[in-house]
Design a protein. Structure first.
Length: 103
């Protein structure tokens, strides 16, 4: 397995873990603070893995998607997107979902 395949598989696995952890952080047992933190952590790890993929393989015709991120500025946008996504999700949870569990 190549480094590209390994990093791609890890990014997919961490993103799937993020989604599962996020959706299971709230339920019949109430708000699971630790699980919610891990959902954010797995999202951040996914972003770092995508950044690493872009840094190593952009412009090398390995992946047409990664070739878009051929400058450091575009690569930093990946990390910025992860921060924006994380803050947006946190805001939605804080103001729309948490009031249902904290009574």
């Amino acid at each position: 397995m190549t480094m590209f395949t390994t990093l791609t598989a890890l990014a997919v696995l961490f993103f799937v873990a993020h989604v599962i952890l996020l959706f299971t952080s709230f339920g019949k047992n109430g708000y699971q603070k630790k699980r919610y933190f891990y959902s954010h952590l797995t999202l951040w790890i996914t972003g770092v893995l995508l950044f690493a993929l872009a840094a190593m393989y952009a412009g090398k015709q390995v992946s047409p998607i990664l070739d878009v991120f051929d400058t450091i500025g575009k690569q930093v946008l990946i990390l910025g997107g992860v921060v924006i996504l994380s803050l947006t999700a946190h805001t939605i949870v804080r103001y729309l979902i948490m009031p249902r569990f904290v009574k």
